[in-house]
Design a protein around this ligand. Structure first.
Ligand SMILES: Cc1ncc(COP(=O)(O)O)c(C=O)c1O
Length: 411
């Protein structure tokens, strides 16, 4: 096989992967229409309201509220299901910071529980040991768009009287046992930030089947107002998290593309699974048979240096990138982020820990640590939006790195 590109050889792939976001004149027209209408905010316009209904139905849910971003959606969702200062929320450490920082910013305490080594989602058998009298909720994060085990999480939650919050920021359209995620638990959230499979540049969404949770979320995102109340009538402390009509219009246009894009991502991902699983040292994440739709916001595979003459994962990533396949290592364990180091009397965010000594430097989640340090390889969702041949290129580049692994410096 030819020399590795990282060592001066030819690249496996010189063409770029599909660009993101995907748009055309439809989005441009939709934006112009909102501009000309003069209804730029969702209080007078209809775009956000229309999208809220449409997306709730798409996610098999009764109610939904648009908010400014996925982080705000989590804060709203947690408060809407009754998480209060001092309450503990079980969170996986293998996720974006917002899954845990949202708990802290509303005064709660994130308690980290390790992930399953084969799916990278919260490992349900490990949850019970972390439950205390202060635990209020479990946050199921559908990492990379692959649904967490909602049956097992619901069972533990039921046994201990806990609320289930789904962080579905990466999981638009994903389904568990034929039901789309978000409102399988008590409440769920989505993000429409630039990289997400459904995007308006920024944006978020809270989804639920519970009318009380919906009404709390609605009020929280609209300054504590109530639907039939006066403008200057505020029943609870809330925020202004309303989305603009410009974002509503873009989201409506993007939604028309979503199902087709989901289909392409799934087909390509399954084909890529079949190619990569034949390569020694590479294992795609396990897809539970109850995952009836996967959003593939990320395509993640597991790298074992033993199959690559002990080439460290960082060198593998460097070589694969040089071959023209953009890829990355992904997260660090959240509790290792500076933001989570408890200082006496509180954390750097200024949140008190309400009596419980929380020293995140003592937290240890060995699976997450191994995955972050040595194993995970991420490809991005838009790499799955092209033709099948793009998957052949990815697999070919991995095989090329493997064949030449001995020539790479291991240091
Ligand atoms: C798992 C997860 N949760 C929450 C968020 C927060 O969303 P946003 O960036 O829209 O605030 C993200 C987005 O990156 C995410 O990936």
């Amino acid at each position: 096989m030819a020399q590795l590109a990282v060592n001066g050889g030819p690249k496996t792939r010189t063409k770029p992967f599909p660009a993101w976001p995907v748009f055309d004149e439809t989005e441009v027209q939709a934006l112009a229409e909102v501009c000309r209408s003069g209804h730029w905010g969702c209080l007078s316009g209809r775009k956000v309201a229309e999208f809220e209904k449409k997306f709730a139905a798409f996610q098999d849910a009764k109610y939904g509220v648009c908010v400014t971003n996925g982080t705000a959606a989590l804060e709203v969702a947690l408060r809407a299901v009754g998480v209060r200062p001092g309450d503990e929320v079980i969170v996986p450490p293998y996720t974006f910071i917002a899954s845990a920082s949202s708990v802290l910013t509303i005064g709660g305490i994130p308690v980290f529980v390790d992930i399953d080594p084969e799916t990278y989602n919260l490992d349900p058998p490990k949850i019970e040991a972390a439950i205390t009298e202060k635990t209020k909720a479990i946050m199921a994060v559908h990492i990379g768009g692959g649904p967490a085990d909602m049956d097992a999480i619901a069972a533990v939650a039921k046994k201990h009287g806990l609320r289930v919050v789904e962080d579905a920021a990466q999981a638009h359209g994903a389904a568990w046992n034929g039901r789309r995620v978000g409102a399988i638990g008590d409440v769920g959230t989505f993000s429409f930030q630039s990289s997400k499979n459904l995007t308006a540049g920024e944006g978020g969404y809270v989804v639920t089947n519970d009318p009380e949770v919906y009404s709390a979320a609605w009020s929280l995102h609209n300054c504590g107002r109530v639907p039939e109340g006066q403008w200057y009538e505020h029943h609870i402390l809330g925020w202004n998290l309303r989305l603009t009509e410009f974002q509503g219009a873009v989201l409506l246009a993007q939604m028309d593309r979503l199902e087709e894009q989901m289909k392409t991502r799934e087909e390509n991902a399954l084909y890529l699974d079949s190619l990569l699983s034949k390569i020694e040292g590479i294992r795609p994440l396990r897809r539970d048979p109850r995952v009836t739709a996967h959003a593939y916001h990320l395509y993640i595979f597991r790298y074992d240096p033993q199959g690559f003459k002990r080439l460290p994962r960082e060198k593998f990533l460097k070589a694969l990138n040089a071959e023209g396949i953009p890829c990355s290592a992904g997260y660090v364990p959240l509790y290792k982020e500076e933001a989570f180091y408890a200082e006496p009397g509180g954390c750097p965010l200024g949140c008190a820990f309400y009596g419980r000594e929380m020293d995140y430097s003592k937290v240890s989640c060995p699976v997450t640590e191994h995955v972050c340090a040595n194993e995970a390889v991420w490809l991005f969702q838009s790499q799955l939006l092209g033709p099948k041949e793009d998957m052949d290129d990815i697999a070919q580049a991995v095989r090329k790195v493997q064949a030449n692994a001995g020539e790479m410096d291991r240091g």
